[in-house]
Ligand binder design. Structure first.
Ligand code: ADP
Ligand code: MG
Length: 408
């Protein structure tokens, strides 16, 4: 390390700041603390997943100027766990401390129309779409976009703020139902697969790109991720190159997730981006040499990026609050003891007190020497938890034992 690089890095023992106190903030705390940093979280909820893990929490609204200045006083650099932090707050912080990613990069992911225009400007295709921000635009929509999905331009996540629309009449009703707010109509595409790529990019432009994830969603929420995706090395290189081009064009500093659609003919489109670690990257904690959260801490502190290599194939299962209720709607504790007896199963719970259907409560990453082994074990875990079996695991014989003492 040159003395120059050394002087720019934030030394362990200093404080790092996190806007947001959810599970992504919690897992960032774990990673940053293991590198020797203290973490201060700013979140309006006192009892969030990150608050109990952070060294300190400032309980305040994201646009509370006094609280933001307090965060900047304490912390040497600040990051975020969600894209809807008000841009003005990130700008206020950036005037006082390094903020990674920058407000402009976060803003690019806050607005679906801006995001699509930006991706197209990188020479990367997106789904056919049209803005629906006025009654004129509503009337002028190209009929070739039906059947489509109407999505709010801002603040959508986990399939929220979306309506399936079959035709022009349904579009009018759906737009009203969404409050006649700015929306985008996207053509519903036949997908061969959904993929995502996580990339970490340092302030010096150095990049570390994780193996490609293959994702399956249920009701708009991620249900399972396979790592690595079952695609050719050439297709994986294409996906990684798209993520690299987008990160470079944004002059991005931090961890970025690029969600993609693979069409039946193999074409890759970008669906959306997240300017932060992502649910589809959680398997990196147990399966990669460096996790997405550790990369986030490294970039923030100005440290060298870690090795993204896959140590072992993995399947990540999301644990939604539905699993905390039996068929009669009575609350129960899922069968975690049995799950933990499955070789390669790594349980991560986010410490949320209240389970609700659709709420992300935790995840299980299941490791295996091959992806087939990880999938067979994941099928066993899904069965033990009473999960609706994701299509990716359908027809796979569950294997709950392994005789390898829990090693992959
Ligand atoms: P969110 O912000 O809620 O993640 P997305 O735009 O990623 O919103 O949509 C959630 C999921 O809905 C996607 O992962 C995909 O499964 C499905 N989906 C979204 N847009 C399309 C589309 N144009 N065609 C087919 N499926 C889609
Ligand atoms: Mg998405």
């Amino acid at each position: 390390m040159t003395p120059d690089t050394k002087s720019r890095a934030i030394a362990p023992g200093n404080w790092l700041g996190m806007m947001g106190g959810g599970q992504l903030g919690r897992m960032f705390c774990h990673a940053a603390q293991s590198l020797g940093y203290h973490v201060c979280v700013l979140d309006p909820a006192a009892d969030g997943p990150a608050g109990s893990v952070a060294d300190r929490q400032i309980v305040a609204a994201y646009d509370d100027g006094q609280a933001l200045r307090e965060l900047a006083r304490l912390c040497a650099a600040i990051t975020t766990e969600f894209e809807n932090v008000p841009a003005a707050s990130l700008e206020l912080l950036a005037a006082l401390r390094p903020v990674r990613p920058a407000a402009a990069a976060v803003a690019a992911a806050q607005d679906r129309l801006r995001e699509k225009a930006f991706v197209l400007s990188c020479g990367v295709p997106v789904a056919p779409h049209a803005p629906v921000t006025s009654t004129d635009e509503l009337a002028a929509v190209d009929p070739s976009l039906f059947p489509g999905i109407l999505k709010t331009v801002r603040l959508g996540y986990d399939g929220k703020g979306q309506r399936a629309v079959a035709d022009a009449a349904a579009l009018v009703a759906a737009w009203r139902d969404l409050g006649a707010q700015p929306c985008v109509l996207e053509k519903r595409l036949a997908l061969r697969r959904e993929l995502s790529v996580l990339i970490a990019r340092g302030a010096d432009g150095a990049c570390a790109i994780f193996p490609v994830n293959e994702n399956e969603h249920g009701h708009g929420i991620l249900s399972v991720t396979l790592m690595p995706a079952r695609i050719s090395p050439r297709q994986a290189e294409r996906a990684r190159a798209i993520a690299g081009a987008i990160a470079a064009r944004l002059d991005y500093v931090g961890v970025l997730c690029v969600e993609m659609f693979e069409l039946p003919d193999g074409e890759l489109l970008v669906n959306e981006m997240a300017p932060r670690p992502h649910n589809s990257g959680h398997a990196t904690i147990d399966a990669c040499a460096t996790s997405q959260f550790s990369q986030q801490a490294r970039v923030l502190a100005g440290l060298p990026l870690g090795d993204c290599s896959l140590l072992t194939p993995a399947v990540m299962l999301n644990l939604l609050g539905d699993l905390w209720f039996d068929g009669a709607g009575r609350e129960r504790v899922p069968a975690f003891e049995q799950v933990l007896a499955v070789p390669g199963a790594c349980l991560h719970l986010y410490g949320k007190e209240q389970a609700r259907p659709g709420r992300k409560m935790g995840h299980v990453t299941v490791l295996g020497a091959t992806l087939d082994v990880a999938m067979a074990r994941a099928a066993a875990v899904a069965g033990l938890l009473g999960m609706e079996l994701p299509a990716a695991l359908a027809g796979i014989a569950p294997v709950a034992g392994g005789g390898s003492g829990g090693q992959p």
